[in-house]
Design a protein around this ligand. Structure first.
Ligand code: PLP
Length: 374
């Protein structure tokens, strides 16, 4: 069955830009520009300038962006890296694969690292903090950066979900020594496949990652500097990403408008906790519209019956530190556990029209009207 309101809508996304996308593909292929060519360099330049950093280096996923960042800052076996459990497993996997030990901190009501619990997680072995700007909302970066400075810790931002989000006027990705973004199809800026990118102001780190992603070989000198990887951002994808990047401010405005419609339509329902949080320094981009409810399963089946497709990623519904194979059960994170039981993502994307948003609102209102009658 096709949903009336699908969670994401690739065909509509493609149709809206079909002509320029096909032109771009034709141009790139006619020139034969496949690997590490001008299109990639141009995209990297524009992406860095959008975020507000000096450098950007395209890689083949957000996971690799984080992993290569950790390798580039020289994480050593046993170094502790503080992050959260309420995130994509890729955040924690990157830490472990780079030889680090993940130290998991609980989150606050906005689903992001609770900075008031940061200091107690620091030990003499702490090397870095990896804040995750979840759902398109920045972490409290004033507090986080000041703790990092006081303890001389490196900050690596996991900005995979938050391209364009701001804190105090600055875009996420420009706070830490280095930051990783995902360009997975369903992030704020998505390729038609896997892609990721690292940003930094530090020229040595940018250079090291650009060498590491390309077998460890310095293309300028021919010298092999490291045992590297193959994690290049595909040139054809870069050309398409470059085209899409110009629409990002418009797409973010549309996400914010949908969020505002949800807010107006749903704020009268006390059983729904909506993702609108206090703090005037924040500019949220709503990659996800994450609501919390106590009767999730019933609500999800009701929405599906109405033809609305919500999402509850299974890997978040069971917190990472509860997956036996990972050996992370020593952390006690009550807020993370509570959110895991209660959260649902409602559809939100730039392709949704007003009627679809209103339809989702009506379905939710009907559900709670019925619930009251029971
Ligand atoms: C998507 C995501 C990643 C991983 O990015 P990929 O491009 O899928 O490898 C890492 N961290 C967070 C928070 C994400 O949402």
């Amino acid at each position: 069955m096709a949903y009336k309101v699908p969670f994401v809508d690739v065909p509509t996304h493609f149709r809206r830009l079909q002509t320029p996308i096909i032109e771009t593909i034709t141009q790139v292929l006619s020139r034969g520009n496949l690997i590490l060519r001008d299109e990639l360099r141009e995209f990297e330049k524009k992406f860095a300038s959008f975020v507000g950093t000096q450098h950007a280096v395209g890689v083949n996923s957000g996971t690799d962006a984080l992993y290569l960042s950790l390798i580039a800052i020289g994480v050593k076996p046993g170094d502790e890296i503080i992050t959260v459990s309420h995130t994509c497993i890729a955040t924690v996997a990157a830490i472990v694969n780079a030889g680090g030990i993940p130290i998991l901190v609980d989150v606050g009501e906005d689903f992001n690292l609770d900075v008031t619990q940061l200091e107690e997680a620091i030990t003499p072995r702490t090397r870095a903090i990896m804040p995750v700007h979840l759902n398109g909302r920045a972490c409290d970066m004033d507090h986080l950066m000041s703790v990092a400075q006081r303890y001389n810790l490196t900050v690596i931002e996991d900005a995979a979900q938050a391209l364009g989000a701001r804190y105090g006027g600055r875009r996420v990705g420009s706070f830490g020594l280095v930051a990783g973004f995902s360009l997975y199809p369903f992030k704020i800026l998505g390729a038609f496949g896997d892609a990721g990118i690292v940003v930094t102001d530090n020229p040595e780190i940018a250079k090291k990652i650009s060498v590491l992603r390309d077998y460890g070989e310095d293309r300028e000198t021919g010298e092999i500097l490291y045992f590297g990887f193959n994690s290049r951002l595909d040139n054809l994808q870069a050309a398409i990403l470059n085209l899409k990047l110009q629409y990002i401010p418009e797409w973010i405005e549309r996400r914010r408008a949908v969020a505002q419609m949800y807010r107006e339509g749903l704020s009268g329902i006390p059983q729904l906790r909506l993702p609108h949080f206090s703090g005037d320094k924040y500019f949220d981009v709503y990659l996800n519209y994450c609501v919390c409810v106590v009767d999730r399963d019933e609500l999800v089946s009701h929405l599906k019956e109405c033809g609305v497709e919500p999402l509850t990623p299974i890997s978040l519904a069971k917190p990472l530190h509860r997956h036996d194979a990972l050996g992370l059960e020593r952390f006690s994170l009550p807020q993370t556990e509570k959110i895991a039981k209660e959260f649902i993502y409602l559809p939100i994307n730039p392709e949704m029209n007003d009627e679809q948003v209103q339809y989702v609102i009506e379905c939710l209102k009907n559900y709670y009207r019925k619930a009251k009658l029971k």
